[in-house]
Design a protein around this ligand. Structure first.
Ligand code: TYD
Length: 142
């Protein structure tokens, strides 16, 4: 997958004098069926998360509270996103390296995932990631 396959999804905000509400339905508001939800929170200042790619998993990242940066990398190009609203989701397809940093105090990163947790789906070594995407590009060119 390429950097341009990552994209911001703008969710509907149902505004109300009592407060706002955002709803996300599988395969309607996002391109995936949600099988797993997790969230990252209480990240100490200066720490980063992520630092891996997934062989098959697709994810949507949302800043439910506060803000943080997500750097996405396809092995050729990198792009930095700043997530700071609960009505924006960043769609990350398979085989994209990602790193999250610059978490504001109290930031919560909600992740919607297309599959259950599986450590064998991770590529945690950047060199291995670069080699894998390189091999894939080569076999396409052949
Ligand atoms: P990891 O995915 O590396 O964290 P992040 O990408 O958010 O920085 O996961 C950190 C640890 O948590 C790792 O030991 C695996 C475990 N984990 C689960 O057990 N289940 C899960 O669904 C996730 C996302 C992680």
């Amino acid at each position: 997958m390429k950097i341009n396959d990552c994209r911001i999804i703008n969710f509907k905000k149902i505004s109300d004098p009592r407060g706002n509400l955002t709803v996300i339905e599988s395969k309607k508001d996002i391109p995936i069926e949600i099988k797993r939800v997790y969230y990252i929170y209480e990240v100490p200042g200066g720490k980063s998360r992520g630092g891996h790619a997934h062989k098959n998993l697709e994810q949507i990242m949302i800043s439910i509270s506060g803000s943080f940066n997500v750097v996405v990398d396809d092995g050729q190009q990198r792009k930095r996103y700043y997530l700071d609203h609960p009505y924006y989701g960043l769609y990350i397809p398979r085989m994209i390296w990602r790193e999250m940093d610059n978490f504001s105090p109290g930031a919560v990163c909600l992740v919607l995932a297309s599959d259950y947790y599986s450590e064998s789906d991770y590529i945690r070594d950047y060199g291995e990631f670069i080699k894998t995407v390189g091999d894939t590009n080569e076999s396409k060119e052949r």
